[in-house]
Design a protein around this ligand. Structure first.
Ligand code: SAM
Length: 358
């Protein structure tokens, strides 16, 4: 008979430093919706938040109840078995192996990680060096199994303090530290281009990317200059009407797939329905939510990607308010849609939203 996997102490969500409150709010909200009681522990600028279910629950139950896909501010979700606070400097491997064996399962991958903070960055050299002997020792215990649905995480706060936990391959980010690292494309006119690339690659499945981002499609880019988002669309063979009073990158214009219209993004409407509306204008979030709703419900676009720039306070509430507003508007015209929201690695004080009309 298989032995039960450990019962987690807490769920640990990694987040952008400074967004611990929002991550805590969403963990509380999602657990309440799932009928799970518990409390959170979060400290400002640490880059992570812990949710403690009370009473403790089986890992499978938590993994089913807390859907990573529905999280906005959490970059990664792991179930922590132990928080080791005093790893001896002369032999860290022996106590760690004991804790890892106590998980009662094998893993397809082992990740040594840190919070995405300045202190965390300083620790990354230690993690790199330590990973080879530790992974060798784990392999020797025959704990690596490529068919396992679990990934092992060692989340280091210092060289002696570590959270030991598991993530499920189907309910987590596939990237180390929950961060998709992208290389800046040389020809793209602005760093903003990485936001749209990350949105397409992490918020759409491969199949959705093939279905919804095709050569020959059309798009409008509101607030397009100098053209980083337009570049991503053009790179996929999509024709773009770029709306902005500013100047567009000349090389991008020379490619022949872009029409630049100097107009106000809040009043412009296209003559024909386009496949995509993308919008990166810096405006109050509710103002953007109204604009996007109008485009979708009046049929000017089929799908949309847009940013909501967040206020200083009540950021989680504001995102929920915008989402509710758009969903209500879509419901009023009986439109079925997939609506995803994430704070991406390349987002700063903002979140990215993707809406796909079905
Ligand atoms: N996504 C762009 C890129 O990747 O290069 C960067 C966009 S930048 C953050 C915001 C742009 O929105 C600016 O170029 C600004 O001129 C434009 N903008 C702001 N308000 C606008 C409006 N009402 N109508 C059209 N463009 C607007």
């Amino acid at each position: 008979m298989p032995v039960d996997i450990m019962t987690p102490l807490c769920c640990l969500a990694y987040c952008r430093p400074g967004f611990e409150k929002e991550t805590a709010a969403e963990l509380m909200h999602l657990s309440q919706v799932a009928g799970i009681q518990g409390y959170v522990k979060a400290s400002q600028d640490t880059g992570y938040v812990c949710f403690y279910p009370a009473p403790q629950l089986a890992i499978e139950q938590l993994n089913t109840a807390l859907s990573f896909d529905r999280m906005i501010f959490a970059r990664q979700l792991i179930f922590v078995s132990e928080i080791t606070q005093q790893l001896p400097a002369d032999d860290r491997i022996t106590p760690l192996l004991g804790s890892i064996q106590a998980l009662q399962t094998r893993f397809s991958q082992v990740l040594l990680e840190t919070p995405d903070t300045n202190d965390g960055k300083q620790l990354s050299g230690f993690c790199k060096k330590f990973s080879t002997p530790l992974i060798k020792a784990i392999e020797k215990q025959q704990l690596i199994d490529s068919s396992s649905p679990w990934r092992l995480h060692l989340f280091f706060l210092s060289s002696s303090e570590v959270f030991i936990g598991l993530s499920h391959l189907k309910n987590s980010s596939p990237h180390a530290m929950g961060i998709m690292r992208l290389r800046m494309p040389k020809a793209a006119p602005s760093r903003s281009t990485l936001k749209l690339e990350e949105a397409f690659k992490t918020m759409l499945s491969e199949r959705e990317q093939q279905t919804y981002l095709c050569n020959g499609m059309t798009a409008v880019d509101l607030g397009a200059c100098p053209g980083g988002w337009t570049w991503q669309l053009v790179n996929r063979g999509i024709r773009v009407i770029a709306i902005d009073n500013g100047p567009m990158d000349q090389a991008l214009m020379d490619g022949g797939l872009v029409t630049h219209v100097r107009a106000d993004g809040f009043t412009y409407t296209p003559q024909k329905t386009v496949d995509w509306l993308v919008c990166d204008m810096v405006e109050r979030p509710m103002h953007i939510a109204r604009l996007i709703s109008r485009w979708l419900t009046e049929g000017h676009c089929r799908h949309a990607v847009f940013n909501l720039k967040l206020p200083m306070k009540k950021r989680y509430d504001m995102v929920m308010e915008c989402r509710e507003f758009i969903m209500d508007e879509l419901q009023q015209v009986n439109a079925r849609a997939i609506f995803r929201i994430r704070q991406l690695y390349h987002d700063r004080e903002e979140v990215t939203c993707v809406i796909i009309r079905l």
